[in-house]
Design a binder for this molecule. Structure first.
Ligand code: IPM
Ligand code: SF4
Length: 468
């Protein structure tokens, strides 16, 4: 009998083109996703070397980081405009499908891959973007690559990779009402730090993960990179199969059932051995809020900012608190925000918007707060509008935008001013992430929505209209 294997080992083995002891392996890539920021130089390299794209049919491009979310034509600066024009020209020249900013398939690259069914179990997926880990929610081995690697994949449809080790993140128990997938992943990073995944592919296992929707699983895998991991993975199951059925890029009928049966075989075998395992008790997790300048600087809503003296790295804590304009031992519920951003590849899918809308419905955004919702894709926006979410948000005083990365990193005009403080459903709270001098607090969509109404962080579990 064959030795039990993890899903990672199965996918890795299926994709080895060349392997030598002690050296990186050459892996075949099934799907290459491309966006405007990390691709211009890669295409330029192909041109200089007189090379073609090896498999344009396995390459798909979209515009997301720079796209203006109000008037599509009003670019922030020349660089943004040039990157977008370059992508258009490159896709035409090299024969690559592009969902440009007017296309119905447009959206954040990590939202549209799954939406189109390009993301499938068992595939190797790369993109010049760190949050490619999102696609691991489907049981795909998906990771971010640099621009020179983008060129290599365009030219050869392969990539050199050191084999990562496997880390089992086993989640035990249930999440309480009002505690979300976002809180789970934030709590994991807070507990183990932003480096603990370094050198590993993290697989999330346990009953709770099995009960989660694909959108919740994506939120978790999305932030694996913030724990330092090479990729996040969740073994496929019936939920995965049901989500992908009928999507544009998957086969129909019997062919789909046959493919789905193969996908299910990829799941980690019982008794497979991981290099390392950590256990998380979901019942202990509260809604989370970051207080500092990396995603691990995070505490439960009922808690306070840390004490400098008691910290393991006091200088780091002091510096982060200073940047964030906070005091030590300050109650998280006392922190007032002036911006609220609901969006990004972590939390901009339909279920995220529905949950935020349920909190906002019939209420008003606190005066003085600028709040915006930026759906993850054109299709998410359309579906949200079909069920009236746009109206709920706008009636409350939110801006309702076109899809894109937007205020997640401020490569378009959606920026938090210096000294401004934002409750954000995104994944990074680094210094200057949402604008020079801007302060970011990472939270779930529910927590962001409640902060918009109250003007400060509140515990959504005790908040009047928390959806169950
Ligand atoms: C611009 C891009 C290279 C970057 C990434 O790799 O993640 C961005 O998407 C981010 O979230 O910081
Ligand atoms: S939404 Fe944010 S995190 Fe996601 S790809 Fe865009 S910039 Fe990166």
């Amino acid at each position: 009998m064959q030795k039990p294997q993890t899903i990672f080992e199965k996918i890795w083995q299926n994709h080895i083109v060349h392997e030598e002891e002690g050296k990186p392996s050459l892996l075949y890539i099934d799907q290459h996703l491309v966006h405007e920021v990390t691709s211009p130089q890669a295409f330029e390299g192909l041109r200089l070397n007189n090379r073609k794209v090896r498999r344009p049919d396995l390459t798909f491009a979209t515009m997301d980081h720079n796209v203006p979310t109000v008037n599509r034509e009003s670019f922030k600066d020349e660089i943004s405009k040039k990157q977008m024009e370059a992508l258009k020209k490159n896709c035409e020249e090299f024969g690559i499908k592009l969902a440009d900013m007017y296309h119905p398939d447009q959206g954040i690259v990590h939202v549209i891959g799954p939406q189109l069914g390009l993301t499938q179990p068992g595939k190797t997926i790369v993109c010049g973007d760190s949050h490619t880990s999102t696609h691991g929610a489907f049981g795909a081995l998906a990771f971010g690559i640099g621009t020179s690697e983008v060129e290599h994949v365009l030219a050869t449809q392969t990539i050199w990779q050191d084999k990562p080790k496997t880390l089992n993140v086993k989640v035990i128990g249930e999440l309480g009402i009002g505690v979300t997938a976002k809180d789970l992943i934030l709590a994991i990073i807070a507990k183990f730090g932003v480096q603990f995944g370094t050198g590993y592919v993290m697989e999330y296992t346990g009953e709770l993960i099995r009960k989660m929707s694909m959108e919740e699983r994506m939120t978790i895998c999305n932030m694996s990179i913030e724990a330092g991991a090479r990729a996040g993975l969740i073994s496929p199951d019936q939920t995965t199969v049901d989500y992908l059925r009928g999507r544009e890029m998957v086969p129909d009928g019997d062919a789909y059932d046959k493919l789905a049966a193969e996908w299910l075989q990829l799941a980690t075998d019982e008794d497979a051995v991981y290099d390392h395992t950590v256990i998380i008790h979901a019942n202990e997790i509260e809604p989370q809020v970051t207080w500092g300048t990396n995603p691990g600087m995070c505490v439960p809503i009922s808690s306070t900012t840390p004490s400098i003296e008691k910290a393991t790295y006091p200088d780091e804590v002091e510096r982060a608190l200073e940047y964030m304009g906070l005091k030590e031992n300050q109650l998280m519920t006392s922190i007032e925000v002036d911006h609220v951003f609901i969006g990004s590849c972590t939390n901009s899918r339909l279920s995220d918007l529905k949950k935020a809308a349920a909190i906002v419905k019939g209420k008003k955004v606190k005066s003085g707060i600028r709040a915006m919702v930026v759906p993850g894709s054109f299709l998410v926006k359309q579906k949200a509008e079909e069920i009236g979410l746009d109206q709920i948000f706008m009636d409350a005083g939110f801006e309702w935008r076109n899809s894109g990365c937007s205020m997640c990193l401020g490569m378009n005009d959606d920026i938090v001013p210096a000294g401004g403080r934002c409750a954000s459903t995104s994944n990074r709270n680094f210094e200057g992430r949402q604008g020079n001098g801007a302060r970011t607090h990472l939270v779930s969509p529910e927590m962001a929505a409640a902060a918009a109404i109250e003007g400060h962080f509140v515990d959504v579990r005790t908040y009047a209209s928390v959806p169950s």
